[in-house]
Design a protein around this ligand. Structure first.
Ligand SMILES: Nc1ncnc2c1ncn2[C@@H]1O[C@H](COP(=O)(O)OP(=O)(O)OP(=O)(O)O)[C@@H](O)[C@H]1O
Ligand SMILES: [Mg+2]
Length: 280
């Protein structure tokens, strides 16, 4: 077995009495595109938060490049070569596209002081900003305020800021949420091409759109109520009756991306997938 770049072992996370993650283990190796799927409240964002050091796990281990990183904080993880984008766009609406990317580039370079003054006179910084902007088709929008961008470009800018850190591994929490189906595909094509060009070694994607998940993933991890229900290739996931019943069927109704069929319709007896109190 190849050694994992990123590895979680028996991770549990409680919020008060709510058990968001209940003994989750997963490995991500170099070269992999891994998607995490599951109904609303399954624990996907919590898992990304734990993997990226934003949230300390209640128990369990997280290792990145063989270093223990559980609860280490995103800044430390970024220095080690991990970046992420958020489910909700986190860009500063008042900043221009160029300044937004400059902040990210400067933080990679360890130079966070006076980013905007730096952008005006630093040709190396400007070149790095333009490189990322062009890869994300934002090259002709560098002077625009982030708030004036269409939603698809806001999502791209958020992802581009994470890519600007030149990470080895990138985790993206629903990078296509809130945009039209046509824009989703364009965003995915853009970010996959950018990842290849920038030499990103592994991608972890949280996504509700099953066309995207099955179109891009080498491996899919299905979460349900804080547990890994399945961790397998797309073909094996499609053939897994429990996943089809508990995750894919619910995705069809939540993501509205798949026509409902007899095989993926959620059973009427299924409990509400967003159980407010889950017992570990
Ligand atoms: N900060 C928090 N405080 C308390 N409970 C939380 C917190 N974050 C998440 N939870 C709870 O943990 C569980 C998992 O939530 P999480 O956001 O990880 O799910 P998700 O799979 O990302 O859902 P979605 O598809 O809606 O984004 C839910 O029951 C949620 O209400
Ligand atoms: Mg989420």
């Amino acid at each position: 077995m190849t050694s994992a770049l990123l590895e979680a072992t028996d991770v549990r996370k409680f919020y008060g009495d709510t058990c968001a993650l209940d003994g989750v283990s997963l490995r991500v190796s170099a070269g992999e595109f891994v998607s995490i799927i599951g109904p609303n409240g399954a624990g996907k964002t919590t898992l990304v938060n734990v993997l990226t050091g934003l949230t300390p796990p209640s128990s369990g281990r997280v290792r990145f490049k063989n270093v223990d990183v559980a609860g280490g904080g995103p800044a430390r993880l970024a220095r080690l070569g991990m970046a992420r984008s958020f489910q909700l766009v986190t860009i500063f609406p008042g900043l221009s596209v160029a300044d937004t990317l400059a902040v990210a580039v400067l933080s990679r370079l360890g130079r966070s002081a006076r980013p905007f003054a730096a952008l005006a006179r630093d040709t190396e910084l400007r070149a790095a900003v333009e490189e990322v902007a062009v890869l994300f088709q934002l090259g002709d929008k560098l002077g625009r305020r982030a708030r004036t961008l269409p939603q698809g470009d806001k999502k791209l800018l958020d992802v581009a800021s994470a890519f600007a850190l030149h990470p080895d591994v990138i985790l993206m929490d629903e990078p296509t949420s809130g945009v039209s189906t046509a824009d989703k595909t364009a965003i995915m094509e853009t970010l996959v091409r950018a990842a290849e060009r920038m030499g990103i070694r592994a991608i972890v994607l949280v996504e509700h759109d099953m066309d995207i998940v099955f179109g891009y993933s080498d491996r899919i991890v299905a979460l349900h109520q804080g547990r890994v229900l399945a961790d397998a290739t797309p073909a094996a996931i499609r053939a897994d009756a429990a996943v089809v019943r508990t995750v894919l069927g619910i995705a069809a109704t939540q993501g509205r991306t798949q026509p409902e069929t007899a095989s993926n319709r959620p059973p009427t007896s299924e409990p509400d997938s967003r159980t407010p109190l889950q017992q570990c």
